[in-house]
Design a protein around this ligand. Structure first.
Ligand SMILES: Cc1cc2nc3c(=O)[nH]c(=O)nc-3n(C[C@H](O)[C@H](O)[C@H](O)COP(=O)(O)O)c2cc1C
Length: 401
């Protein structure tokens, strides 16, 4: 059971859509929130809010097998929406979770017709916020228009990282009156083959499924940063995808997200781990010099580069921290790095300043920093720019990738 008294470092409470959340973690719509018991357990583990499994007109019937482990930090699934009747959500699941103290976000999918049939009942059932989820922007916006005109609680929209420009959709959602955004949903379709069975692992109608967990975090981070960097006045944005530990959550906060969604971590590691993550978030923020979540929000935004950094990488090495594991040497594709303990050698003529050797050091014995640009590197930077200009002239789209 989450105990506020055990929060020893930075304060971790946040405001979201006008509500005070005990932590920035919002359990995303999924199997952890299949009903009131799951939502209450998550709330007791310290999460700030819970999103119901997506409610639709008909209850889902899921195939067996519909959830599989890709690795310890990632899941493949072809699970559909809520497998219980929508009236059960209005009469039992939502009211029970609200009564237990949870901030409940009612997830409603996936078509305008369903939004019309469901959103008002979800509000009446006591949900604090509505989250709309759909397959395309064309269907999401009419759902939003209807919800905004017919309910008095905040309405947020969930975006898919599979859409060509999810940040542009976020902008439209705000223009249509959305009170907040969740980015992103699962990534896919994706495929996994069971080599023993010689068959796809997912028993969906085509064998494909959707990926969640650590591998989708960089995609979600990019989309969330496009929202925070390009939409002035964005609000109530919760970044979702691949949060497996406190530092992942801090990354989302540092690019300006107001809260952080979690799903796979709670499934793979359990809610006890989520509770620990709340305390760890507090400790880690304090260690980084922050006394609250608010202080950390958006601090990385001024540090995005505006131009490519063509210079050399400098390195620090502390033999006292080195375990002689040799990972730095292994990952050097150019054979520039050699551990000759207690010395750390680098052949500057071979090194390309990629930075990976320091990045893989498990104890931070080897760290990197960016050196001032030398006259020689300034020449290389100019040559690189010239080449880019030439490519752009001939093929304007190419440099976008
Ligand atoms: C098994 C499973 C079922 C899910 N079901 C839903 C759902 O019904 N509605 C929805 O909006 N998102 C659903 N999601 C997506 C999650 O809410 C979340 O956006 C996604 O898992 C990314 O977060 P994560 O990397 O922390 O897992 C589901 C995810 C998983 C793993």
């Amino acid at each position: 059971m989450f105990d506020k008294e055990k929060v020893k470092g930075a304060s971790i409470g946040v405001k979201f859509c006008g509500y005070d959340l005990q932590s920035p973690f919002i359990v995303g719509s999924g199997p952890l929130t299949y009903g009131s018991e799951g939502m209450i357990r998550a709330y007791q583990a310290g999460v700030g809010a819970v999103v119901t499994k997506t409610i639709r007109l008909g209850a889902a019937i899921n195939p067996a097998h519909h959830m599989a482990k890709i690795n310890n930090e990632a899941i493949l699934n072809c699970e559909k929406w809520a497998d219980s009747d929508r009236f059960q959500w209005y009469e039992k699941e939502i009211p029970e979770a609200v009564k237990a103290g949870a901030i409940v976000i009612g997830s409603v999918g996936h078509t305008p017709m369903e939004a019309q049939a469901i959103v008002e009942d979800v509000e009446k059932a006591g949900a604090h916020i509505i989250e709309l989820v759909s397959y395309t922007e064309d269907t999401l916006l009419p759902m939003l228009d209807y919800a905004k005109a017919h309910v008095n609680i905040p309405v947020i929209c969930k975006l898919s990282g599979n859409w060509p420009d999810a940040a542009a959709t976020a902008k439209k959602c705000y223009e249509h009156g959305a009170d907040g955004i969740c980015a992103i949903d699962s990534i896919g379709p994706t495929l996994m083959i069971d080599v023993e069975k010689r068959a796809p692992v997912m028993m969906s109608n085509d064998g494909y499924g959707w990926m969640t967990g650590a591998p989708i975090k960089p995609i979600s981070m990019r989309i969330n940063s496009q929202i925070t960097r390009n939409i002035p006045g964005y609000k109530n944005l919760y970044g979702t995808g691949g949060v497996m530990k406190a530092d992942d959550a801090i990354e989302y906060l540092m690019i300006g997200c107001n809260a952080v969604g979690i799903c796979s971590v709670g499934i793979l590691k359990g809610l006890d781990y989520v509770e620990k993550m709340c305390y760890q978030l507090s400790d880690r923020l304090a260690q980084l010099g922050f006394s609250s979540i608010q202080e950390a929000m958006g601090v990385a935004l001024p540090n995005f580069p505006s131009t490519e950094n063509i210079t050399d990488m400098g390195f620090h090495y502390e033999p006292g921290k080195c375990t002689k594991c040799g990972r730095c040497e292994t990952v050097c594709c150019y054979n520039a790095r050699k551990v000759e303990f207690p010395e750390m050698k680098l052949d500057r003529t071979l090194c390309r300043s990629c930075g990976l050797c320091a990045d893989v050091c498990p104890t931070h014995a080897l760290t990197s920093f960016v050196e001032e640009q030398s006259a020689e590197n300034a020449k290389r930077a100019a040559a690189s720019k010239e080449f880019d200009a030439l490519v752009k002239e001939q093929s304007p789209k190419l440099l976008e990738h």
